[in-house]
Write a protein that binds this ligand. Structure first.
Ligand SMILES: [Zn+2]
Length: 302
């Protein structure tokens, strides 16, 4: 937002900001990223170049708070129910039956056991009781989700753990597999593709995420190796009573850490903010040094 425009909008005569002087001033002093900033440009002596949030510098704690509030509201408005496609997936059993991978009797038996047990996925019961190959179940899931099947070639790259906070990697079953060409991140899931997680990782890292399914046994092994051996970035957990409290807590963290950049995304019912203390680089998005994560959840108010 040009300084001139701001002064004019607030009804102040832009006399001191005329012509070349104003142009020089705004190029010398980058303006605050908060469109509602009330600070006069005369006060913007560069004793602070940081914090930067979502690519824009804010001149004061008030402006940082306003920018975070806008971002939180934006993320909240983006809360959509599951895409319609979710409700139109062919049930796994029917799909496997139509492919001829299981028999009517096998399906009925597995459904019966699943119902009696009251838990577990149909695929697991088919593997356990009907001795269906795990690979076939994964293949059927990949048809259901219209995605590829990935297989792990060797142990997971421990350096990829810090692509996301440990809490999210664990809670949402995220298995980062590899980065190709510094642009594409391959992420494995066990039994469904979590598009909300994919989108969040894309926005935070700047990498394009290609998601696929991994055989359960392979997934469990690789995921636990990753959790045990990876160094995750420093993370702070915040439980806020409401959005206002969350905005305040995030503002304080940003003002204290003074990051060179920070991004906020929503991942299902929580919010993930990543702060970079150096230049945010898409080439090495997962170096854990110089990165700080904040996970925020809003509790019920009753
Ligand atoms: Zn400002």
């Amino acid at each position: 937002m040009p300084i001139l425009g701001r002064a004019a909008r607030q009804g102040r005569p832009p006399d001191a900001l005329h012509g070349e002087r104003a142009a020089r001033a705004s190029s010398l002093f980058p303006s605050c990223a908060n469109p509602l900033c009330l600070t006069s440009w005369l006060h913007l002596w560069r004793n602070r170049q940081v914090p930067v949030f979502e690519g824009g510098w804010s001149c004061s704690e008030e402006c940082t708070r306003e920018r975070i509030a806008v971002s939180v509201r934006h993320e909240m408005d983006g809360q959509q129910p599951e895409p319609v496609e979710h409700h139109h997936r062919v049930p796994l059993g029917l799909l496997m039956l139509s492919e001829g991978w299981i028999s009517q009797a096998q399906l009925k038996a597995a459904l019966r056991t699943q119902k009696a047990a009251g838990h577990g996925r149909l695929g697991s019961w088919l593997i356990r009781d009907a001795h269906i190959e795990e690979r076939l179940v994964t293949r059927a899931l990949s048809l259901q989700w219209n995605c590829p099947v990935f297989s792990m070639q060797g142990p997971p790259d421990q350096g990829l753990g810090s692509i996301a906070p440990r809490l999210l990697v664990e809670a949402f079953g995220i298995l980062p597999i590899r980065v190709a060409g510094g642009k594409v991140l391959y992420v494995g899931f066990e039994d469904r593709i979590d598009r909300c997680v994919m989108f969040a990782i894309e926005r935070i890292t700047g990498l394009r995420v290609e998601a696929g399914l991994v055989d359960t046994s392979e997934f469990v092994r690789a995921h636990s190796t990753l959790l045990a051996g990876s160094s995750f970035a420093k993370a702070t957990l915040i439980e806020a009573v409401d959005a206002k409290a969350m905005i305040q807590a995030l503002t304080q963290l940003v003002e204290r850490a003074k990051p060179a950049d920070a991004r906020l995304v929503r991942v299902h019912n929580c919010y993930w903010m990543r702060m970079w203390h150096g230049v945010r680089s898409t080439e090495v998005p997962f170096r854990r040094v110089g990165i700080e994560d904040v996970i925020c959840s809003i509790g019920s108010t009753n």
